[in-house]
Design a protein around this ligand. Structure first.
Ligand SMILES: C[S@@+](CC[C@H](N)C(=O)[O-])C[C@H]1O[C@@H](n2cnc3c(N)ncnc32)[C@H](O)[C@@H]1O
Length: 347
């Protein structure tokens, strides 16, 4: 045990950390409890949601760990979460070592929204307010307007916007409309082609109506991604952007369609929340099996309206398509959504 505080937490024949990990049945093991303790020591009083974001543990798991730590007198009964004086004594050196290191301009997202986009932001907010309501049975939950803009700016920064053939696999987040607005605001070259495939006719209709007459080659279709891609879409995209259902099955299916859509060297942007260890392993195995490598990972890049087990955040992966592209899923009939697979699959 490298740290003196951890020694104290686990000294004297009593291991608080091991007891708590065992009581919660934590797949992350003792490391998960130490992560929670470190965040609470550094930032407490702190909301469970923030601890969840910092540790990548789902909100209900963080609550369970905190409750166990309360039984050991390490965390105080009050909310937000804070250490007791015993907890502070155990973790004192860690707190003393706390430095605020998150970038104050971008909040850690790595992309700051320029002030010129103020009007665009208002327009997007107006559109988002009129968009079809989120259908939870399809794992829809809308990202914030700031996230919509940051996603388009991330595409621009990566050279994945101007003149590129872009495919959006699902678009309840209205990224197509954000692309149109940002391109117009900055006088950028539009994408060479913008295709949206979504199973929800309300989403497709809403976007199609708002792109009518836009100086964009846009093609918005209702398509269920359980089916293979339409023939005329296969191997045509330079860039794919997707925020799939929250399950590993959902990510694997949507990424298989991405693998059908692109050729070597393409960029695939995947929004996906943190997973528990074995599901994270499953996802990364599937990524590798499909011939994708992870080029960049921006933690907690996406923020969603409303909370959830993932504390309203997910990561943005930039994947690179190698010459070993292999769509691993053909036509798919199995379970896909959080409701079908249960809460564990979503965490
Ligand atoms: C799965 S939802 C999740 C996105 C959401 N913003 C989030 O918080 O993660 C993303 C989009 O995929 C679409 N979608 C869900 N199932 C689909 C399917 N089988 N085929 C095509 N699109 C699908 C939804 O309608 C939605 O527009």
């Amino acid at each position: 045990m490298p740290h003196s505080d951890q020694l104290r937490l686990e000294g004297g024949g009593v291991s608080v950390v091991a007891d708590v990990a065992g009581a919660v049945g934590l797949a992350e093991g003792e490391a998960g409890v130490r992560d929670v303790l470190r965040v609470v020591a550094r930032r407490g009083p702190v909301a469970v949601r923030k601890v969840s974001r910092a540790t990548e543990l789902p909100v209900p798991i963080v609550s369970a760990i905190c409750n166990e730590l309360r039984k050991h007198g390490v965390i105080a009964p009050e909310r937000p979460v804070r250490l007791t004086s015993r907890g502070r004594a155990l973790m004192g050196a860690i707190r003393a070592g706390w430095l605020e290191l998150t970038c104050g301009t971008c909040g850690g997202a790595g992309i700051a929204i320029p002030p010129e986009l103020e009007q665009t932001m208002r327009e997007l907010r107006r559109l988002a307010d009129r968009a079809p309501r989120a259908r939870v049975e399809l794992d829809q939950s809308h990202c914030t307007v700031e996230t919509k803009l940051r996603r388009v700016l991330a595409l621009h920064e990566a050279g994945a916007l101007e003149g590129r053939a872009i495919l959006l696999l699902g678009d309840d987040d209205l990224i197509s409309l954000a692309i149109r607005l940002v391109v117009a605001e900055f006088g950028l070259h539009p994408p060479a082609r913008l295709v949206v495939l979504d199973v929800d006719p309300a989403v497709a209709g809403f976007i199609r109506r708002r792109l009518e007459g836009a100086p964009l080659d846009a093609d918005i279709r209702v398509h269920d991604l359980r089916e293979l891609l339409p023939k005329d879409v296969r191997r045509t995209a330079d860039v794919v952007f997707t925020d799939p259902p929250y399950t590993v099955q959902g990510a694997t299916l949507f990424l298989s369609r991405a693998a059908e859509a692109v050729t070597t060297g393409a960029d695939v942007f995947l929004s996906f929340g943190p997973k528990r260890p074995l599901e994270a392993l499953e996802l990364q195995r599937a990524l590798a099996a499909m011939g994708f490598t992870i080029r960049e990972l921006r933690r907690n890049f996406n923020e969603y309206v409303g909370a959830g087990v993932l504390a309203g955040r997910s990561h943005l992966y930039r994947l690179a398509a190698t010459s070993q592209l292999t769509p691993v899923v053909g036509r798919y009939d199995g379970p896909l959504y959080t409701r079908e697979l249960g809460r564990n699959a979503a965490a």
